[in-house]
Design a protein around this ligand. Sequence first.
Ligand code: SF4
Length: 461
Amino acid sequence: MSEQTPSVREVNENQCQICMPLGSVIAIKGIEHSMVVVHGSQGCSTYMRLAMVEHYNEPVDIASSSLNEKQTIYGGEENLRKGLDNVIRVYHPKVIGVVTTCMTETMGEDIGRMIDTYLTDRNLHDVDIIPVSTPSYSGTSTEGYWTAVRDIIRYYGNPSPPHEGINIILPQVSPADIREIKRILDLMRIQYTLIPDISMTLDRPYGILYEKIPPGGTSREDITRMSGARATIQFGYCCPDNLSPGAFLEEKFGVPLHNLPLPVGLKNMDRFINTLISIAVKPVSESILLERGWLCDAMADAHKHMAEIRPVIYGEPELVYAISSLCVENGSIPPIIATGTGSPQFHRHLESLIRDLDFVPLVAEHVDFALIAKESDHLGVNLAIGHTGGKVLTERQNIPVVRTGFPIHDRIGAQRIRNLGYIGTVTLLEQIVNTYLEHKYQHYRQRIKSEYFDNGGKINA
Ligand code: SF4
C-alpha cells in the first residue's frame, strides 16, 4: 500500500464523492411502492432528483419537507408532517423513507420520534415510515446507501419460518446489472430475495401504463422473509461492518453470510457461482458454462493490449475493487486506485490484490480529482475508468474515460450499462481495450511525425 495515500484533506477540489442521502434515496427506490421524503431544504432534494434523472433518464419523484430560515431556527417537525400528509394523499405509498440532510442533522432533528408521533396522531397502520439518518458531512453516497439498506432490513427484521430461498444484497449497481444477476439465479433455478431492486423502478420500459410510483422493487413481504433464508450473499466486500445488512441478518437471526466482491471478472464471477452451488446444492447450468467460455475467449483476445493500459480506476469502493481485480487478472496494473470514501475493508482487500504486483499502485481514499489528475500525470496514466467526474481528465490531460458507475450525466444509457456476470465482463473488457486502442491510434501518425522531427530526423527506439 502506497505511503502517498492522502489522509483526511482540508480542502476538497472537484470532489470524487456524492452526497450521503442520495445513496439512501437510490436504495429506497428499490423497495416496492415506496416514496422518499428528504427532510431538509428544497435544494437538497432538487440536486438529488437532477442527479438521478440525468443518470437513469427516468422521471424521479423525491419529496421534500422544504425547510426555510424559520424552521431552521424553530424546528422542522410541522413541515415534515405536512410533507408526509401530502405524499400519502398524492402517491398512496406502502413505504416511505425519510432521509435527513446536513442541515437537519446539524439542527439535531429527532426524526425517529417525529415519525412515531405522526403515526400515532394520524392513526396510520397501512404505511411504513422508515427513518434514515444521513448527515452528508460524515459519509458519502456509499455510506448512505448501505445505511438505508440496513435500516430497511432492520425495520422488517422479525423472526420468520426457515425456507429454501437465499438473500441477495446488492451495492449500488445499474438496473441492467440487477437484471443480469436475476437471470443467472433463474438459470440456476434458485429462489431468492434480492434487495434493493431498482431494475424496474429506475428503468421503466416504454409503453407500460404510467403510474406515479413505478412498478417493481423488493416487496415488504419478501424483506420480512429474509430472516428465515438459507443464507445471504452480499456483494458488500468493502462495506464497513457496522453498516453491513448481511452482518445484521447473521447476528440477529443466524442467517449465514457470504460477503463477496461484485461478480466482475473471471475470478470474482467464479466465486459467486461456486458460492451458489455450495449453498443451493445445484449444478451450474450449461448456458452459464458457455458464457464463461466466451469470457475466457475475450480475455485471450484482450491480453495483448491490456499490458499497455495504465488505468486510473475511481468511484464507489465495490465497483472500484471489482474493476481493479478485472484489470489485474488481465495483465493491466492500475497506477492509481481511488475512491472518494474509504473503509478498512476496502484497504485490506486491495492490499491483498496488489501485494505481489510488479509495482505498487497508489491507493487513494477520500480523494478528489485534483489529486487524481496530478498523480495521473506523474504516473503515466493512459486511461480512466469511472463516472462522469473523470471528464476533467479528458479535457485537461487528454486521458479517455470508460464511463461506468454513478453518476453518468454526459452520456445516455447509464441504466443499461452491464458490468456483472461473465457476459457483462466481456462487454466491459472490450470497452476498456477498444477505448484505449481508439485513443492510441487517433494521433498515432501525428505523434510519430512530431517525435521524428523533434529528434532531428531520427526515429526513437
Ligand atoms: S447540503 Fe448536504 S444533504 Fe444537501 S445536497 Fe448538499 S451535501 Fe447533500
